[in-house]
Write a new protein. Structure first.
Length: 151
C-alpha cells in the first residue's frame, strides 16, 4: 500500500512563530534606545512640533517611542499577535515622529511649499519605510490570528 507524501504547507497555513530570541533582541534594542536617547539632547537639537506653540525635544520623543516599544516587545514574548500589532503602532509612531520633526540636517530641500513653516521635504519620503513595516507587521499578525483561530 502506497501513501502519497503530505501536501506542502504554505506560510499562510502554518506560520512560524517568532522565537523568544527575536523578541529578546527587540527588547534589548528598545532598551538601548531608551537609555541613550536622553544623552543625545546636547548633540541633536531638533524638536518635534506638538502644536504651533509647543515643542518636544527629539531625543525625548525618541525615548517615549522606545519606552512603548520596550513594553510592546515584552508583551510580544508571551502574546505574539499583540506584540506584532504593538510594533506596527510603534512603526506608525516613528513615521509620525519623522514627519513632525522640525528642521534638521537630513530634511533635504523643500519640494512642495505648504505655508510659512510647512512643506514637503525630500527626506519626508523616508517616513514611508516605517509605514511599510507597519503594514507588513499587521499583515503578519492577521495571518497569525487567522491560523490560530482555525485550530
Amino acid at each position: 500500500m502506497t501513501t502519497s507524501p503530505p501536501a506542502p504547507t504554505t506560510l499562510a497555513e502554518r506560520p512560524r512563530r517568532l522565537g523568544v530570541g527575536v523578541w529578546d533582541a527587540l527588547v534589548v534594542a528598545a532598551g538601548v534606545v531608551l537609555v541613550t536617547s536622553p544623552g543625545l539632547r546636547g548633540q541633536f537639537h531638533a524638536h518635534v512640533r506638538l502644536t504651533p506653540t509647543r515643542w518636544l525635544s527629539a531625543p525625548s520623543a525618541m525615548a517615549a517611542l522606545a519606552l512603548v516599544a520596550l513594553v510592546v516587545t515584552l508583551v510580544g514574548r508571551r502574546r505574539e499577535i499583540l506584540g506584532l500589532l504593538g510594533l506596527a503602532a510603534v512603526s506608525l509612531g516613528l513615521a509620525a515622529f519623522w514627519l513632525l520633526l522640525g528642521h534638521h540636517q537630513w530634511a533635504g530641500p523643500v519640494l512642495v511649499d505648504l505655508g510659512d513653516d510647512h512643506g514637503i521635504h525630500l527626506g519626508d519620503f523616508l517616513a514611508l519605510v516605517p509605514v511599510a513595516a507597519a503594514g507588513a507587521l499587521v499583515w503578519t499578525a492577521a495571518i497569525r490570528f487567522r491560523t490560530t483561530r482555525r485550530v
